[in-house]
Design a binder for this molecule. Sequence first.
Ligand SMILES: [Fe+2]
Ligand SMILES: [Fe+2]
Length: 256
Amino acid sequence: MNEHANPQTLSERADELEEHIMHELGERIATKSVLFGMADGKVEMASGPALKAANPDKYFLMGADPRLPKMPDKPTLIDFFNNRFASLNHLLQSATHALKGGHNEKVVLACLLHDIGVASFIRCDHGYWGAQMIEPYVDEEVSWAVRMHQALRFFPDPSVGYEYPEMYIKYFGADYRPEPYIVAEYERARNHKYYMTSRMITVNDIYSFDPNAKVDLNDFVDIIGRNFKQPKEGLGFDNSPSSHMWRTLMWPTRFL
Ligand SMILES: [Fe+2]
Ligand SMILES: [Fe+2]
């Protein structure tokens, strides 16, 4: 398209780009990371000097975003559930199924946490992201199970009545095949000592998409208390290998 065919001037386009990657909050400017823009099919970012030149009287946001629910100084997992997870219903339903099915607390916790990657962060490879977030705080069986449900959900296990989900045929088409790295992960996971824990995530997963189900996070507070090592400094401030992930969830629009 040439410039005559596009009625938008260069400076209008620049303004639009700026609007797309920043948000004015009074004295502060919240910026979007590149990843947020990629979801709209754009690989772009504003340079610091350009943003500052366009907003000489403002500073960039370097802390909490006032548009988001306020987090306490020493946040717990429950605080993240309540303030940063976009949907609790599916997680609580999965954990409720596991509890009613008589599973042990590791399985229940794994079901409760299995999709926190999706609920708070990103869909792609969510099992890996979610496992990484919780790894310092849970038994290795729980984080392993969360990581591997990423692969196991694509493969049936008739021994426990798990079939390839009908939903995936609707979502991805009948000809969808998992990536080779997912197939390889499944092959490795199959004979692992924690295989069945992860498999139970997938079993409880498929019955947990009822939007009208009555579920309550309070039913799991004790299980979290016994099985999730809440750091006394607060999640994000405890210098663990995943502290930065919790901080990023807390402050997703911090400039740096
Ligand atoms: Fe999942
Ligand atoms: Fe799920």
